[in-house]
Design a protein around this ligand. Structure first.
Ligand SMILES: *[C@@H]1O[C@H](CO)[C@@H](O)[C@H](O)[C@H]1NC(C)=O
Ligand SMILES: *[C@@H]1O[C@H](CO)[C@@H](O)[C@H](O)[C@H]1NC(C)=O
Ligand SMILES: *[C@@H]1O[C@H](CO)[C@@H](O)[C@H](O)[C@H]1NC(C)=O
Ligand SMILES: *[C@@H]1O[C@H](CO)[C@@H](O)[C@H](O)[C@H]1NC(C)=O
Ligand SMILES: *[C@@H]1O[C@H](CO)[C@@H](O)[C@H](O)[C@H]1NC(C)=O
Ligand SMILES: *[C@@H]1O[C@H](CO)[C@@H](O)[C@H](O)[C@H]1NC(C)=O
Ligand SMILES: *[C@@H]1O[C@H](CO)[C@@H](O)[C@H](O)[C@H]1NC(C)=O
Ligand SMILES: CC(=O)N[C@H]1CO[C@H](CO)[C@@H](O)[C@@H]1O
Length: 575
């Protein structure tokens, strides 16, 4: 069925010749060693934020910030790229959905969201950069709602619908990225949030509308926090207190639900989220205790991902009753190399997300559909890995793989004590107490060693280290790319996160999706994620190796390991 559908779609496009063919003057053969094989990206050139994802008439739509003119971002030619999929894995590229054309968006069609109005009527709200470099909010609707591909979009003659002026005093260069709109049940008004800033304070401005054309600014900010700078790409959605089922954004009151606000902080390039209550009467978001710390210490607020993951956006997949998260992963290479390879930016594998039963954090897990790319299953279980030892895993294509491993640890009393005088910054701890530390009595570092060259001149590690804290054990998850490439022009970063997991009664597991130049890792069944970009020069394609390692002094047991080669997905190929 899947194959048939793809074939049918391909011939459809060929026949009608509507596939978007960018001028493709391939004068030299690009070195595509680092091109992922199952992560979303355009055929070539620059991509940043995911925009307006939705499911419509049985198809998934993905829009994205795209510069069709080159592999670097541009200040005047950003368009909305557009692709469709039946399975969120294989994608077909369509013509651009939005291109700069009007005075209100002539310097770029920037990020935004889609909303499905009753009776299946999709609408896009997006930010336009106008002739004065001011940011405006605009509406686009499909030309033909009967076309499941939604190929053509018409900009509203009423645009711009929201803009900074002398009365509202909104910062004209900090006013962007409308969320999906939701409906307030007591008044039937649509509501949308726009990211902004007032000096150092990040704010979410709420607008309301009866008809989706006339939008009125609410006098109170929906949410704000000092010392955080501009809030980009806000996202707002309900989650169930008990269960992993997703909810439509317009389910906004009733028992058994909480709300999540996510903002992308441009000053630090990270996506932070808060769990709390949506006060539907005052129309404000009230974060739970613990999430209000943002004013004091940003490092205590939860992040979707402790590596590279930015400008993310969720959508509700009504067919599968789940909320799905998309996020942009940028390059870690220098611009010159991006230009050479002809592209820059990929999207993370879409993740299903839901509230953990503790109510204290979200859980994220790669969409189940990605598993159909698995082949060559390799597994082992109940294997003790002594301190200081490594074990190579054979039988999978190590540069294009899905690996799941879980560990059993004993002798927790021998774990290193977490000195209360240490700076409790996980990234710093991962660096100081990283995988190279050996000889100190300790539980860990143990984990995966991926994209390794035969001679170990290059490798990337994803690992745990367990400490004894004040009252309980503290589990640190790290990803160290400092040895990932002999090319030191790349950003060879080191990442870390504390994982709220009980090492005795819960699974100390890591799942890593490895795809040539990207490693996406999920710790403790989705409690902490770390995504990174790496550009090995030796450990490429069939020269890459996969190992499990234990560089602590205490033995650990590999409870089970499952690894697969991953097949290539069809993603926006030229046809
Ligand atoms: C946009 O980029 C061009 C070329 O780099 C530059 O000349 C121009 O000043 C930029 N415009 C703005 C508004 O930044
Ligand atoms: C709208 O799309 C439908 C389905 O693809 C098609 O049959 C119809 O001809 C289209 N209408 C117009 C006016 O293009
Ligand atoms: C307005 O936004 C710009 C960023 O585009 C920022 O530099 C400036 O500080 C902001 N002004 C105020 C008053 O917040
Ligand atoms: C959570 O949901 C499960 C299954 O839907 C149900 O059995 C259980 O009682 C629920 N727990 C609470 C605390 O509501
Ligand atoms: C992109 O990557 C660079 C280098 O790794 C990093 O410094 C920067 O903050 C990233 N930008 C975003 C928006 O993630
Ligand atoms: C393990 O520790 C040794 C000694 O410090 C170090 O040389 C080696 O690189 C470490 N292994 C890993 C995977 O970091
Ligand atoms: C492509 O790049 C890789 C990694 O830098 C290098 O090993 C390989 O030789 C290059 N291939 C070509 C054809 O240039
Ligand atoms: C053994 C070791 O390297 N311990 C270090 C762990 O990290 C803390 C905080 O940076 C350092 O102070 C310790 O020396």
């Amino acid at each position: 069925m899947g194959t048939y559908w793809l074939l049918a779609m391909f011939s459809f496009f060929l026949f009608y010749g509507v596939a978007h063919i960018e001028a493709f003057h391939q004068t030299h053969s690009l070195n595509q060693t680092y091109k992922p094989s199952f992560h979303f990206q355009p055929h070539k050139n620059w991509m940043n934020d995911p925009n307006g994802p939705m499911r419509y008439k049985g198809l998934y739509h993905m829009f994205y910030q795209h510069n069709p003119k080159g592999a670097i971002w541009s200040n005047n030619s950003i368009v909305w790229g557009h692709s469709i999929s039946k399975d969120l894995v294989n994608w077909l590229s369509l013509q651009h959905a939005l291109i700069p054309s009007e005075s209100y968006d002539i310097n770029g069609c920037w990020s935004g969201s889609s909303t499905l109005l009753p009776n299946d009527k999709p609408k896009i709200l997006y930010t336009g950069i106008d002739i004065n470099q001011h940011q405006t909010q605009n509406l686009a609707i499909p030309k033909n709602v009967s076309d499941p591909l939604l190929r053509e979009w018409i900009k509203s003659p009423n645009n711009p619908l929201m803009e900074p002026n002398n009365v509202n005093k909104i910062n004209a260069t900090s006013f962007r990225d409308p969320t999906t709109a939701w409906i307030g049940h007591h008044d039937g008004f649509w509501r949308v949030l726009i990211g902004s800033q007032k000096k150092d304070k990040g704010i979410l401005i709420l607008f309301k509308s009866k008809d989706f054309f006339n939008w009125i600014q609410d006098k109170n900010p929906f949410y704000s926090a000092k010392n955080t700078g501009m809030w980009e790409c806000p996202d707002f959605f309900p989650v169930l207190i008990n269960g992993s089922i997703g909810l439509d954004i317009s389910i906004n009151n009733g028992y058994g639900i909480r709300h999540v606000v996510k903002v992308s902080l441009i000053d630090v390039s990270h996506d932070y989220y808060f769990i709390g209550t949506y006060d539907t009467i005052k129309d404000v978001f009230v974060p739970d205790k613990g999430f209000d710390k943002i004013n004091n210490e940003l490092s205590l607020v939860l992040r979707y991902d402790y590596g590279k993951f930015y400008a993310s956006k969720t959508f509700y997949d009504g067919e599968k009753k789940r909320r799905v998260l998309w996020g942009w992963i940028n390059e870690s290479s220098i611009q010159e190399d991006d230009v050479k390879k002809g592209w820059s930016g990929i999207q993370a594998i879409p993740r299903t997300l839901w509230l953990h039963k503790s109510g204290k954090q979200l859980i994220q897990w790669p969409i189940v559909e990605i598993e159909k790319l698995r082949s060559n299953h390799v597994n082992l279980h109940s294997k003790v890995l002594k301190g200081g030892k490594m074990l190579e895993i054979f039988g999978v294509t190590a540069a294009q793989a899905d690996v799941e491993i879980s560990f059993e640890v004993k002798e927790l009393e021998k774990a290193q004590v977490l000195d209360p005088s240490w700076k409790l910054d996980p990234q710093h701890l991962c660096k100081e107490n990283g995988s190279k530390v050996k000889g100190v009595v300790g539980l860990g570092p143990f984990g995966l060693l991926v994209l390794a060259s035969k001679d170990m001149k290059e490798y990337t590690t994803i690992f745990f280290k367990v400490f004894r804290g004040n009252k309980k054990h503290v589990v640190l998850m790290c990803c160290d790319t400092r040895r990932s490439s002999l090319n030191h022009n790349n950003d060879l970063a080191n990442y870390g996160a504390f994982v709220d997991v009980d090492p005795i009664n819960e699974e100390l597991s890591i799942r890593s999706l490895i795809d040539h130049s990207v490693v996406e890792s999920f710790g403790a069944q989705g409690k902490a994620c770390i995504t990174t970009r790496v550009y090995p020069t030796l450990a490429i394609n069939d020269k890459a190796h996969l190992h499990v390692f234990n560089n602590g002094t205490i033995d650990v047991k590999i409870k089970k390991l499952n690894a697969w080669s991953m097949k290539k997905a069809k993603i926006n190929e030229m046809h």
